[in-house]
Design a binder for this molecule. Sequence first.
Ligand SMILES: C[S@@+](CC[C@H](N)C(=O)[O-])C[C@H]1O[C@@H](n2cnc3c(N)ncnc32)[C@H](O)[C@@H]1O
Length: 268
Amino acid sequence: MERRSAAGLVALWTTIAGSAALLCGRRSVPDLEREIRRRYSEPAELETAWRHTLAGLTAGERRLLAAHLPPTGRVLDIGCATGRVTLALGRAGYGAVGVDVNEAMIRRAGTLRRAAGLPLRFGVMDARRLGVRDGAFDAVLMVGSVIGYIHGREGRRRALREAYRVLRPGGVLVVVTPSRASSWKLRAWFAGMDVLARALRLAGRAAAWEPGDRLGPAWSGDRTHLVYWHMYAPEELEADLRAAGLAVVDASPDAYMMAVVARRPPAG
Ligand SMILES: C[S@@+](CC[C@H](N)C(=O)[O-])C[C@H]1O[C@@H](n2cnc3c(N)ncnc32)[C@H](O)[C@@H]1O
């Protein structure tokens, strides 16, 4: 109990001090993005990701992928962490490639290649700059908050343009990411943040965040990190997909982890 309240105080302090530093311009959103990388390199985070990898896909994810992936082909899993989704794809017979910006995650994922005896491939890559040739994949996945960890709308749009580039014409992109429209509490929180941003503008200051950006504590074992993530509004994600040249073919906009499926238009 005492340990829990101490952890709560640390989290509260991390959030207040971090938010103040952000408001005063002593920290920037890119600093927070680096903090996300540090968080995902923590041994506790690697262990959690690995446990999830061994547990595999949820029933909802299995249904989503069965409904939208082609029966065979090459699939790129962006933000693969330790390879949870990549492994499931490999087991289902796809040519699966997992990439993640975090080296420690990819090192751990690499052990799957030997253990699972499947032709899986992994690499360290940033979703905004994929070292992959044009049109190489039949499907691309960004499952579980990956795109939400990219700061700035232009950065997220760049990642979606990269997904478009590496998809073959007619190929499919599946994005699963938290929605800020999925509960009244989230809608109220973000409405409050928008009011604060407007008040700052009136006072001649630009807000350090964009609508939908969220700042808060994340625990990795005993350590608390102040992390940033972006919670999309469904219509915002659909607009960003369209801006990248993709056509939205299916969406579950009401879920907390909303899924949006888009297609690169066929050639010609
Ligand atoms: C919540 S995990 C999702 C893991 C995996 N997709 C799954 O569903 O099991 C988010 C992952 O996104 C990765 N990530 C964050 N920003 C990224 C970026 N710009 N490019 C590639 N991966 C990124 C993180 O390193 C982390 O491993």
